[in-house]
Design a protein around this ligand. Structure first.
Ligand code: C5P
Length: 403
C-alpha cells in the first residue's frame, strides 16, 4: 500500500523526534519515498545527518535557501507529496497551522498545500490539556487534518499522562489506512472472512431440542463490522434472535454437525471467527417420533460429544485460515480458562467474556471482554456489542494489513 507513495515528513521539536528515525525506517521498509523537513528545534533533538541518512534524501530546513529554491521551491515541495506527515507535531506547529502562520519552512509548507496532512502530536501532558491546544485540535479537525495519538504514558519530563507521540508502528498503520481511504479501498478489501454465529439446536425428538441462551447478537455485529471493513463474509449461523446482516453469504444450520459441514464448505478464508455458542453434546439417538410420558417412567438420554468446530479448523494442516479467533464464554476464572482454551483449541486469539447471569451479557446489548493473544491479555471496558465488534475488526485489519 505504501510502495512509491511520496511522503513529506515534517519533524518538529520534541524529545520524541528520535522516534521519527524509526518511523522513516519503517516507512521506507514498506517502499515509501520520504522527503524530510526539519524545524530548527527538531535539529536540536536529532541530527539532520541521521535523518537524511535514513531517508536516503536531503533534509530541507530553511525557507530562504536559494539552492533549494532553485532545485525545488517550497510550493512545489509540499505539492509533490501524496501525504504530509508531521511527527512529532509540537503544540507550536499546531498553533501555527490553526493561525495560518508561514514564518519557517515547515509552517509555510503546511500552508501552501492542499495535500492531506496527518499530525502525530507530542507534548507535555499539561500542554496537551491546555484549552489553547484543545481548541486548536478542534480547529484542525474542522480543517480536515488527520490525527494519530497522542498516547497515554510516562513522559521524558517525568510527568505522566496524555501527550506521548504515537508509536511509529501505529503511525505507519494510520498512514496505510489513509492511503486506503484515498484509494477508496477498505482495510479488508479482497479478504474472505468466515463467522459462525447463533446457537445450535440438538434434537431429542421432532419437537424437543437442547439449546442455550445465545442470541447471535455478537456474531451478527462482527459480520457487520467485517462487511464495513470491506471483507467478503461467509456467515454460518444456527438459530438466533438477531437477523444476519444484509450483504453476507448466509448458511443456516441447526446442529453442531451441520455447522461443521457448512464451515468446511465455506473454507478457504483469511480469517475465521467462531462466535457461535455450539452445544457441547448431542443426544446419541434422536427419536423419530415425539417421546411420550409413560406412567412416571423417566426417559434416559444418552449423550455424545459434538465435534469442536473451532478446534477442527484451527488444527487443519492444509487450508487453515491465517487468523483463527474463538470465543470463551465463562462464568469463573475467565482469563485463566480462556488462556487454557487458546492452547487447547489451537486458535490465535480468544475473546473471553463473563456470561454470569448478573452480567446480562447473554441476550443483552453489551459485552465486557478480554482479548487474549500470544502477546498477552488486553482487557476492554464494558461496551456495546457493536463497539466490541468494531474494535475486534480493527485489530484484525491491523494484522492483515501488516502481512
Ligand atoms: O469449549 P467452548 O464451548 O467454551 O469454546 C468456545 C469456542 O469454541 C467458541 O469460539 C465456539 O464457537 C467454539 N466451539 C466450536 N465448536 C464446539 C464448541 C465450541 O466451534 N463444538
Amino acid at each position: 500500500m505504501l510502495v512509491n507513495r511520496r511522503i513529506l515528513l515534517i519533524i518538529t521539536g520534541g524529545i520524541s523526534a528520535f522516534k521519527s528515525l524509526d518511523l522513516i525506517r519503517r516507512l521506507r521498509g514498506k517502499g515509501a519515498l520520504i522527503t524530510p523537513v526539519m524545524t530548527a528545534a527538531a535539529a536540536e533533538f536529532v541530527t539532520p545527518l541521521s535523518v537524511s541518512a535514513l531517508a536516503g534524501q536531503k533534509v530541507y530546513q530553511d525557507l530562504f535557501n536559494l539552492t533549494d529554491e532553485a532545485e525545488m521551491g517550497h510550493i512545489e515541495l509540499s505539492r509533490s507529496a501524496d501525504l504530509i506527515v508531521v511527527a512529532p507535531a509540537s503544540a507550536d506547529v499546531m498553533a501555527k497551522m490553526v493561525a495560518g502562520h508561514a514564518n519557517d519552512l515547515a509552517s509555510t509548507l503546511l500552508l501552501a498545500t492542499d495535500t492531506p496532512v496527518l499530525v502525530a502530536p507530542a507534548m507535555n501532558v499539561r500542554m496537551w490539556h491546555h484549552p489553547a491546544t484543545q481548541r486548536n485540535i478542534v480547529r484542525l479537525s474542522e480543517d480536515n487534518i488527520h490525527f494519530v495519538g497522542p498516547n497515554q504514558g510516562d513522559m521524558a519530563c517525568g510527568e505522566s499522562g496524555l501527550g506521548r507521540m504515537a508509536e511509529p508502528m501505529e503511525i505507519v498503520k494510520t498512514i496505510d489506512q489513509l492511503f486506503m481511504d484515498m484509494d477508496g479501498k477498505k482495510p479488508l478489501s479482497g479478504k474472505r472472512a468466515l463467522v459462525t454465529s447463533g446457537r445450535t439446536h440438538e434434537p431429542i425428538d421432532p419437537v424437543r431440542y437442547i439449546a442455550n441462551r445465545s442470541s447471535g447478537a455478537q456474531g451478527s455485529a462482527i459480520a457487520n463490522a467485517l462487511l464495513s471493513a470491506g471483507a467478503e463474509v461467509e456467515f454460518v449461523t444456527g438459530p438466533a434472535d438477531v437477523a444476519p446482516p444484509v450483504g453476507v453469504q448466509v448458511t443456516r444450520v441447526q446442529t453442531a454437525k451441520e455447522m461443521l459441514k457448512a464451515v468446511e464448505a465455506a473454507l478457504p478464508c483469511d480469517v475465521a471467527i467462531f462466535a457461535a455458542a455450539v452445544a457441547d453434546w448431542r443426544v446419541v439417538v434422536e427419536n423419530d417420533s415425539k417421546m411420550k410420558k409413560e406412567n412416571g417412567k423417566l426417559p434416559i438420554l444418552e449423550f455424545a460429544e459434538n465435534p469442536d468446530i473451532l478446534s477442527t479448523v484451527a488444527h487443519r494442516d492444509v487450508g487453515r485460515p491465517a487468523l483463527v479467533i474463538g470465543f470463551a464464554a465463562e462464568t469463573d476464572n475467565i482469563v485463566k480458562n480462556a488462556c487454557a482454551k487458546l492452547d487447547k483449541k489451537g486458535c490465535d486469539w480468544i475473546v473471553a467474556n463473563d456470561v454470569s447471569p448478573e452480567t446480562g451479557v447473554m441476550g443483552g446489548n453489551e459485552n465486557a471482554v478480554h482479548l487474549i493473544t500470544a502477546q498477552g491479555v488486553d482487557t476492554w471496558d464494558r461496551m456495546g456489542k457493536t463497539k466490541v465488534a468494531e474494535r475486534l475488526v480493527q485489530k484484525i485489519s491491523d494484522v492483515m494489513v501488516e502481512e
